[in-house]
Write a protein that binds this ligand. Structure first.
Ligand SMILES: [Zn+2]
Length: 531
């Protein structure tokens, strides 16, 4: 299709604009390949920014658009800033507020309070971010686990009617104060102690508040003990959304464990069926094969953690209980591929970088006993190497409801531990799946990181490149974009993000951090940042 009239009209408009004394824009990003976040073919265009908004997209020369400052984006991709749908950013801490591992991947918004952990004191959280300044935009859910812990501690029982009312009230408080929905971590303690019905009751509160999201680290991604069932777990989460009236998003959706290698299509089919029924169900992913969590979560059955740490240690000290426990731990380790797949990422030098199998061998004890000894000193951060099947992960990347997340927790400077995903989840997906393996298109991958997420979160002024929206922009070099963090050396920023703008300000310029703290705490609804 061609627009002959436009060709005549455009110079005329430019003249008119100049005649009307049109102000120059603040910034003109010239000649980039523009992906608008919707997944369509990119177009070559100039993008202008004025204040914190996108003020022009088109042919600047033809339309007589001028700017105080111009950057050349020839050969570069210009995209909406990336949205990390499931992060453990420590952005509230002074050392993490700049959010550099995220910015260097092109991420301009992080979704926090995930896995059931979000505090109901959302107003305090938002005020804290505002007071300290933050490098990327951030939003939070209120967490089922956090609320349950406040009311029931780590007790393995159902709440009384009065306790459930208190939990409802805490969820409502979080939503009133600006949470985007309810998150859960039904795999974890104390979320694991909740019945489906309990979560439905709390999700009903979330359903009253836009964008009505239920975000879940569901009960059994495939490696839970005792097994709840990989597919039963997906069905449970969908049921929670369907009966309560929320949308559902599966955090880091995948099929864990060797028994579930190749089974991602079965889980994806359940999501597709629910979508056909009219339930809004989606997922987010990263493309690493290792997970990260705690040694307790991976090796102690939930019954043995009930009542908290002291109660757990008493069980460790009782020889009969310890024997039963060790059998369970051995089974849990087998599901995870063995003790040599459990790798410590922990500041304790005698643990860091080693596997549970190594440590057990050095101590001359079976792996379950070594795990108990370590836990008696304190919980440890571990990765489970090879828990995800690359074939599953690749299949899931192709689903049109699949978003992207880091699941990443910042690594404190000087600490040689952590999972590389916090530094490279987005850039690795682009490098591996788009550029090297050509599994998905650049436009499709960018959509999974931008527009798809913004629509789900109902962020009306972010996630797309359109005039009038907030100027969160990621400008990357497709030749150079890549992750550099590894399991051995996680502490490396990604490469190839040339410029990153957050709310119209350069956070990264020519590949270097500017020191800007231009992020905002986001609240749901239209004009999210203006209230
Ligand atoms: Zn999780």
């Amino acid at each position: 299709m061609s627009f002959p009239n436009l060709r005549i009209a455009l110079p005329l408009l430019a003249v008119l604009a100049a005649a009307c004394g049109q102000e120059p824009h603040d910034l003109l990003i010239r000649g980039g390949l523009v992906h608008d976040g919707g997944g369509g073919d990119p177009v070559s265009a100039d993008v202008a920014v004025t204040g914190d908004r996108i003020s022009f997209i088109g042919d600047a020369a033809a339309e007589g658009v001028t700017a105080t400052e111009t950057v050349d984006a020839a050969g570069l991709i210009v995209a909406p800033g990336f949205i990390d749908m499931h992060a453990h950013s420590q952005i509230g801490e002074d050392w993490a507020k700049e959010a550099l591992p995220f910015l260097y991947q092109g991420i301009t918004t992080v979704v926090l309070g995930v896995d059931g952990g979000g505090s109901p004191d959302v107003a305090d959280t938002l005020a804290g971010w505002e007071a300290s300044g933050i490098g990327v935009n951030a939003l939070t859910y209120v967490g089922h686990g956090a609320v349950r812990r406040l009311v029931l501690g780590e007790e393995n029982r159902a709440p009384t009617g009065e306790e459930l009312d208190r939990m409802r009230a805490l969820v409502r408080k979080g939503l009133e104060e600006g949470a985007f929905g309810l998150s859960s971590g039904l795999f974890y303690i104390p979320g694991n102690y909740a019945t489906t019905e309990e979560v439905i009751e709390l999700a009903r509160v979330a359903a009253e508040y836009r964008p009505a999201i239920y975000d879940t680290h569901d009960r059994d991604l495939g490696a839970a003990y005792p097994s709840f069932g990989y597919l039963a777990s997906i069905e449970e989460a969908i049921r929670i959304g369907e009966e309560s009236g929320t949308k559902v998003i599966f955090s880091h959706f995948n099929a864990q464990g060797a028994a579930n290698y190749g089974r991602a299509p079965e889980g994806a089919a359940l999501i597709d069926e629910a979508r056909v029924r009219g339930v809004t169900v989606a997922g987010a992913q990263h493309v690493y094969t290792a997970t990260q969590s705690s040694l307790r979560a991976y090796t102690v059955p939930r019954w043995a953690s009930a009542g908290g740490r002291e109660a757990m240690l008493e069980r460790f000290d009782d020889p009969d209980t310890a024997r039963v426990l060790d059998e369970a731990t051995a089974e849990m380790l087998a599901i995870r591929g063995g003790a040599d797949r459990i790798r410590f990422s922990d500041p304790r030098p005698h643990l860091n970088g080693r596997t549970l199998a190594d440590v057990a061998e050095e101590w001359g004890v079976p792996a379950p006993e070594a795990a108990r000894r370590i836990l008696a000193e304190g919980n440890a951060s571990v990765m489970n190497i090879g828990l995800y099947d690359p074939v599953n992960t690749g299949y899931l990347a192709e689903q049109d409801w699949m978003m992207t997340c880091t699941d990443g927790r910042d690594i404190e400077p000087g600490t040689p531990v952590g999972h590389p995903r916090v530094y490279g989840a987005f850039t690795k997906k682009l490098r591996d799946y788009v550029l090297d393996e050509e599994r998905i298109s650049m436009a499709f991958a960018i959509r999974s990181m931008t527009g798809l997420a913004a629509e789900f979160l109902e962020l009306e002024d972010r996630g797309f490149l359109r005039e009038g929206l907030k100027a969160d922009l990621t400008i990357l070099d497709p030749e150079r974009i890549r992750d550099r963090a590894t399991y051995d050396e996680p502490h490396h920023y990604s490469e190839g993000t040339v410029h990153v703008l957050v709310n119209g300000e350069f956070a990264i310029r020519d590949g270097a951090h500017t020191g800007a703290l231009a992020g905002r705490g986001l609240r749901p609804g239209p004009a999210d940042t203006e209230r």
